[in-house]
Write a protein that binds this ligand. Structure first.
Ligand code: ZN
Ligand code: ZN
Length: 218
């Protein structure tokens, strides 16, 4: 799932200028590796966190740090369905970015949802702010529908690459097999049809600085 930035266009342009300025000041040769923070929200199996870290690092040249566990933000709880609103989780992650983190990936085993078109509360596997800082992944749907642990981990890994891609600025992509395909409400099917890779069309949208971070893909 994707979430448009809430900044009005002029703020986006301003941010872009600031980002470009920052990029031109940093020399790429000796720039320290960028940091991605994984934040467990509620109890999360260590192997889930490790798989998410591994899949992101296999595609992007970043350091991944697993942060101490946090509680799910109370204000995100949606009482009528007893699950958690993903966009509010993203706001809470944005409001408390771990020191030095470039991107933040929240990981939870709790059920999450958001508004999708006319549907007020729609269960989802993940949500990412497009070109933003934060995304959130839930293992809930995959735990329910995966026959083996390995299948679950593969799907969760694919989801991680997808939602992280939104934070890089990617929107949904039509190219067959691209990891940025729209799940169209079918998180399991979508993960199973994915190549797990960002396609060439997606990568073209990146700034040269960000494209340099993407590892060559098989
Ligand atoms: Zn998406
Ligand atoms: Zn693509």
């Amino acid at each position: 799932m994707e979430r448009q930035s809430r900044h009005p266009p002029f703020v986006q342009r301003l941010l872009l200028v600031v980002v470009l300025l920052g990029a031109s000041l940093a020399s790429s040769a000796d720039a320290p590796q960028r940091l991605v923070s994984l934040v467990p929200l509620g109890p999360v199996k260590q192997e889930y966190l490790e798989r998410v870290a591994q899949e992101i690092q296999a595609r992007v040249d970043v350091q991944v740090r697993i942060e101490p566990q946090r509680e799910l933000p109370e204000e995100a709880f949606y009482k009528p369905r007893k699950r958690w609103r993903a966009e509010r989780i993203l706001d809470a992650l944005d409001a408390q970015v771990p020191e030095g983190a470039w991107k933040v990936v929240g990981v939870t085993e709790a059920e999450i949802s958001t508004t999708k078109g006319d549907i007020l509360d729609w269960g989802i596997a993940g949500l990412g702010n497009i070109g933003g800082t934060s995304c959130v992944l839930s293992a809930f749907i995959y735990k329910k529908h995966s026959k083996t642990q390995e299948v679950l981990l593969r799907r969760l890994g694919d989801l991680a690459v997808h939602e992280f891609g939104h934070t890089l600025g990617f929107t949904h992509c039509e190219v067959e097999g691209c990891v940025m395909a729209d799940a169209k409400g079918k998180a399991v099917k979508s993960a199973d049809e994915s190549s797990g890779q960002y396609c060439a069309q997606c990568l073209e949208k990146l700034s040269p600085e960000d494209r340099a971070l993407i590892k060559p893909q098989p």
